[in-house]
Design a binder for this molecule. Structure first.
Ligand SMILES: C[S@@+](CC[C@H](N)C(=O)[O-])C[C@H]1O[C@@H](n2cnc3c(N)ncnc32)[C@H](O)[C@@H]1O
Length: 253
């Protein structure tokens, strides 16, 4: 199984998912009932993931159980884009979901590829955004990040809630793939979440050290690691922004 679905018990999943998924605190995603507790939604997500080991993510999207989805672009990414701090050229968003981040940073100077393993996620992204005026500056592709390849390399890769969604044993493979897909002077931006100590997943807990452990061997070093002060409220304090590049020394080896 390539992407991530391991058993987790109900109570720990509620603890993990509730802060991860701020919207289910307010609206049960099964019934739309504002008074219903989130457990039903979480249980249903677990059932979907457990009973569909090869296409659990797609089932989640098909059934509309996507509590990780902010329904809008990630605030810190918009901030970085607005202040001109993101590389231009070609960008990749692996595990792009419904595509808000893809569209947010697409522009005439930056072509963005949103990649997701789920047909239904890609369908949703296309429905939401294919008729926007920006549409010529991005594309959504269905593909498995670990086997997908691109004829053209990227200047920027943005990872948010993809690293924590994959099985931890795939993290080294994730780093090698990032390395393969980025131009030698390209930049990786990771929004690292959830930084806590829960067990199990997805989402699996992450730490700066977890990223370093897999990125250092492929030549990346952090140029910046900071708390994400623009994190949405339920994630605040458990999210860091990491910016990574290959060092001159490593890229010449
Ligand atoms: C937790 S969601 C995050 C979505 C989006 N980044 C966001 O923040 O809303 C993880 C996404 O990764 C996708 N995914 C899981 N495994 C994948 C893989 N191997 N290749 C590409 N996408 C994958 C899932 O379909 C899902 O849309």
């Amino acid at each position: 199984m390539r992407s991530s679905i391991l058993p987790f018990c109900c109570s720990s999943a509620i603890r993990i998912f509730a802060p991860y998924c701020h919207r289910i605190r307010f609206k049960n995603m099964t019934t739309g009932n504002l008074n219903e507790p989130p457990s039903k939604s979480v249980n249903k997500i677990q059932r979907i993931l457990h009973s569909n080991s090869t296409n659990g993510w797609d089932k989640c999207w098909e059934e509309g159980f996507t509590p990780w989805d902010l329904g809008s672009p990630t605030p810190v990414l918009v901030h970085l884009n607005n202040k001109g701090s993101l590389p231009k050229g070609r960008a990749l968003v692996p595990g792009c979901g419904s595509g808000h981040d893809v569209v947010a940073i697409a522009c005439a100077e930056r072509y963005v590829v949103g990649l997701d393993i789920s047909d239904n996620a890609i369908k949703k992204a296309a429905e939401l955004f294919s008729s926007t005026p920006k549409a010529e500056h991005f594309t959504f592709l269905k593909g498995d990040f670990f086997t997908w390849s691109s004829a053209q390399l990227f200047d920027l890769i943005f990872d948010y809630t993809f690293f924590c969604a994959i099985e931890p044993e795939l993290r080294s493979q994730w780093a090698r793939k990032i390395s393969d897909l980025l131009k030698p002077d390209g930049e990786l931006i990771t929004l690292m979440f959830p930084i806590d100590d829960h067990e199990g997943g997805p989402p699996y807990k992450v730490s700066t050290a977890d990223y370093e452990e897999v990125l250092h061997p492929v030549g990346f070093r952090a140029t910046q690691i900071v708390d994400n002060e623009l994190a949405i409220a339920p994630r605040r304090g458990r999210e860091k922004l990491g910016r990574w590049k290959r060092t001159a020394l490593q890229s010449s080896l």
